[in-house]
Design a protein around this ligand. Structure first.
Ligand SMILES: [Zn+2]
Length: 285
């Protein structure tokens, strides 16, 4: 079986396993300030399943559109399913999950795990230039006022239901002896991660972002690199690729440099690989 993965920024990926297309999250039509993708959501014509980690707009935004255009089935929390039902996806093409489910998606065995969301707004994480959100915004307002207004307009139009996380989920996908773990917000449930580890993931797509990491409902105070290292130490994957660490909505976001995570990942015995926007790479053991 040939499998490829393509990164669309934030935590959105397109997985293809032979002829089966599975989207991991569905945030494609990004802020105009973000680096461009090769296609917009309306142009997506192939999808069999759309897995959503949680219901915030930067994960679920285009799930309904993609499912309507392709006939795909959406898998996610009850709130995720409600959001896409509101957008016209029929009831027989949504599968609400809470964690604990095992589903067969064509050649892919999917296991669903309960997860948690990072703490937003607990503290201000300064960017590499030491600016807080207000300073970043003021800089961009001065440098490119039109782009700044466009980014703020993008964030102003978020539907109310997409401002709630709906209860995050994490997923383990397995085909042909290859196991891929993915979650989409810097939070974790130790029991879930230990259960995933028992399957020995080949690749873990680990989510990190400027929010405060959430370890079993408690703020993780040892920093972002420490949190990724902690997750890798439990999961023991062969390889780690970061996601949601990119500059997906400037001026509010910035790219978190991968090198700062390498040492902690290596300490778990895994290799940190860096993947770029729009890059397609093959998944092999
Ligand atoms: Zn979120």
């Amino acid at each position: 079986m040939r499998a490829t993965l393509e990164w669309f920024g934030t935590a959105t990926w397109r997985l293809e396993v032979d002829n089966t297309v599975i989207w991991l999250d569905a945030y494609v039509d990004r802020a105009p300030t973000a680096a461009p993708l090769r296609l917009d959501a309306a142009a997506i014509d192939r999808a069999d399943w759309v897995l959503i980690g949680h219901s915030h707009f930067d994960h679920v935004a285009e799930a309904g559109l993609i499912a309507r255009n392709t006939g795909a089935t959406v898998i996610g929390s009850a709130l995720t399913c409600e959001i896409v039902r509101d957008e016209g996806v029929p009831a027989d093409r949504v599968t609400p999950c809470v964690g604990g489910e095992t589903l067969q998606l064509g050649p892919v065995r999917l296991r669903v795990f309960a997860s948690l969301h990072g703490f937003n707004g607990l503290r201000e994480w300064p960017d590499p230039r030491g600016r807080d959100t207000r300073a970043r915004r003021d800089d961009l307002r001065r440098e490119s006022p039109e782009l700044c207004e466009a980014a703020l307009a993008h964030l102003a139009n978020i539907p109310e239901k997409q401002r709630q996380d709906g209860g995050p989920l994490a997923y383990l996908l397995e085909w042909d002896g290859f196991r891929l773990f993915w979650h989409d917000t810097p939070g974790m449930v130790t029991a879930s991660w230990e259960a995933v580890a028992a399957y020995r993931p080949d690749l873990a797509l680990l989510s990190i972002a400027p929010s405060t990491p959430n370890l079993d409902g408690v703020p993780f105070e040892s920093g972002h690199a420490g949190f990724v290292a902690h997750m890798a130490a439990i999961l023991k994957p062969r390889r780690v690729v970061l996601n949601h660490h990119d500059d997906w909505c400037p001026p509010l976001t910035w790219h978190m440099e991968e090198e700062g995570f390498r040492q902690g990942v290596q300490a778990s015995g895994a290799v940190l690989q860096v993947r770029r926007l729009n890059e397609v790479f093959e998944l092999t053991r």
